[in-house]
Each structure stands twice: as C-alpha cells, then as structure tokens.
Design a protein around this ligand. Structure first.
Ligand code: GLN
Length: 183
C-alpha cells in the first residue's frame, strides 16, 4: 500500500514514520502528478493558511478534488482537517464546520484521553496543538471520537479528519484504521 503525505509544511515526517510502522510505503507528495499512484493521502497538521497558499502555488487543489472524487481515502489532521472541512471553502470534502484555534489560549495545547468508537477498550491519548474545534457536523458525518462534547475524529465516506495529532504519540490505531479504509 502506497500512502502519500502532503509535504508542503507541518508535521509530514511524523506521518511518514507512522505509516511505515504500520507496514505501508509512505512518501512525500508536493506535486499534483505525484498523487496518482497513491492508494491514500494524508494532509498533516501545521499552519492551514500556509498549507493553503502552497497548495495554490503548486496547483494542487484540482488534483486533490479529483483524487477525492475517485473514492480514494484522505486523512486530514489538525490543519489538514481544517483544509478538508467546509469552513475554508477550498476543498470542502467533509461536511463539518471547523473554527481555528478555538480551544482558546489557556488550553491551546494539551493532551486528553479520548475513546475511539472502533477501539473502545483502550483509551487514546490525543495531543491537541492550537487545535480547531468542530462545532457542527452534517448528518452524513460519522463521529468516531469526541472531547468536551465536540467531535475530534470524524469520517464521511472516504474522508477522515482528526483535530488532534495521532502521528505524535506512537499509538498506531488511527493510522491502521485509515489503512483499513483502503482495503
Ligand atoms: N492552528 C493551526 C491552524 O489554524 C492548526 C494547528 C495544527 O495543525 N496543529 O491552521
């Protein structure tokens, strides 16, 4: 299985390490034509405004939209989730509204224990770093974990978003779940 990790800015190296640990081939993606061989794609956390500008510069928007339309899965974490949400009005691939940096300053970065709907027996340590809040999710969105009554992991068809950083804690469950979405 070949996974592309969008490597414009942010925590892409950590995703590559995680996918490799899960037994997939993972490579950095920067150009539209590099997408076509990938069975799945991850858009990492970072600064969503910077990633968005670079996506435009590299001509990636249309390529990402047709990639998603082909049914291949996309994982977006933190800034990646913001970019996939309807709030940026850019990719608009999952019907959730994200509000940037909305946990406020006091807890702008923190660790919390959450429960994954597909793996409830063992708690998952979620690391939030200036995370967005998902304050609205459409009826076709399947919420798979919440924190303080707000969704933090959600899926709509082939799109999976997490507002935290599953690539930073060494727990492979979210990356393996994503790989299962391919097969
Ligand atoms: N605060 C960032 C943004 O608004 C997201 C932070 C992250 O990806 N860790 O884009």
């Amino acid at each position: 299985m070949k996974i592309g990790v969008l490597a414009l800015q942010g925590a892409f190296r950590e995703h590559i390490v995680m996918f490799k640990r899960c037994g997939a081939l993972a490579t950095e993606i920067r150009l539209p034509e590099e997408l076509k061989d990938m069975d799945g794609l991850a858009i990492p956390g970072g600064e969503s405004s910077a990633i968005l500008r670079l996506m435009d510069l590299y001509g990636l928007r249309d390529a990402l939209l047709s990639y998603a339309a082909s049914g291949k899965p996309i994982l977006g974490t933190c800034a990646g989730a913001i970019l996939l949400s309807r709030s940026q009005n850019y990719l608009n691939l999952i019907d959730v509204r994200t509000v940037r940096n909305a946990y406020g300053r006091q807890i702008d970065s923190r660790e919390a224990v959450i429960e994954l709907s597909f793996s409830p027996d063992e708690p998952f340590r979620a690391v939030f770093i200036r995370a967005p809040v998902i304050d609205e999710a459409g009826k076709d969105v399947h919420v798979m974990a919440s924190y303080r009554d707000k969704p933090v992991l959600a899926r709509q068809n082939n799109i999976l978003v997490a507002t935290f950083h599953p690539e930073l804690t060494g727990d492979e469950r979210i990356h393996s779940y994503f790989l299962d979405m391919i097969s």
